[in-house]
Write a new protein. Structure first.
Ligand SMILES: CC(C)(COP(=O)(O)OP(=O)(O)OC[C@H]1O[C@@H](n2cnc3c(N)ncnc32)[C@H](O)[C@@H]1OP(=O)(O)O)[C@@H](O)C(=O)NCCC(=O)NCCS
Length: 157
């Protein structure tokens, strides 16, 4: 099985990504199409393709100098367990290496074993980190607080 990874945002199947994230993921359920599109436009995107059809997605939010946040990693249910997720992570790592960032972060409920294969480790100094969440009753900057999807950083996935 040959998985093709492509970083061209113009090739992404946005409708499919919207469905995966908004209807099937555990972290972005209910995210609007507008927000999914805005996320794509402001990220480095990775599409995974089997026989030309998109079967996976991941994106990096980064300043390309110091920091990146890896999120919205998703493989279509019918294509799981065949190396697509690992191919996505390999491409992400390949993109990250030359940038030489100080820190790349992500959050996951249960896929630690996947990310661990690509060098990610649990936070060594978690007591130094803090977060501002829109679902904590503290509205994120610029947010009305009415939309649970306006967090400063997405929390999982
Ligand atoms: C997690 C996910 C991206 C993995 O993609 P995939 O194409 O099925 O994964 P691969 O076939 O490339 O292999 C995944 C590897 O990570 C391991 N792994 C660890 N935790 C895992 C998890 N929660 N889900 C899937 N694989 C996991 C697998 O055992 C496998 O390792 P191995 O080949 O050494 O046995 C996919 O199952 C998915 O989209 N799940 C639903 C959404 C999700 O949870 N996304 C991640 C959010 S952080």
């Amino acid at each position: 099985m040959d998985v093709e990874i492509c970083t061209d945002p113009g090739r992404l199947d946005r409708e499919r990504i919207f469905r995966w994230l908004s209807k099937e993921s555990y972290w972005a359920r209910g995210r609007s199409r507008v927000k999914v599109d805005r996320g794509i436009e402001q990220s480095l995107n990775f599409g995974a393709y089997l026989d030309g059809e998109q079967v996976g997605y991941a994106r990096l939010v980064t300043d390309e100098v110091e920091f990146a946040w890896l999120c919205d990693v998703f493989v279509d249910a019918g294509a799981r367990g065949r190396g697509v997720g690992k191919a996505l992570l390999a491409a992400v790592r390949e993109t990250l290496v030359p940038l030489g960032l100080r820190r790349v972060m992500l959050a996951t409920a249960d896929a630690h074993g996947l990310y661990g294969q690509f060098g990610f480790r649990p936070l060594a100094d978690s007591d130094r980190f803090m977060e501002l969440r829109s679902d904590d009753g503290a509205p994120a900057p610029g947010s009305s607080g009415a939309d649970a999807d306006t967090g400063v950083a997405s929390t999982d996935g």
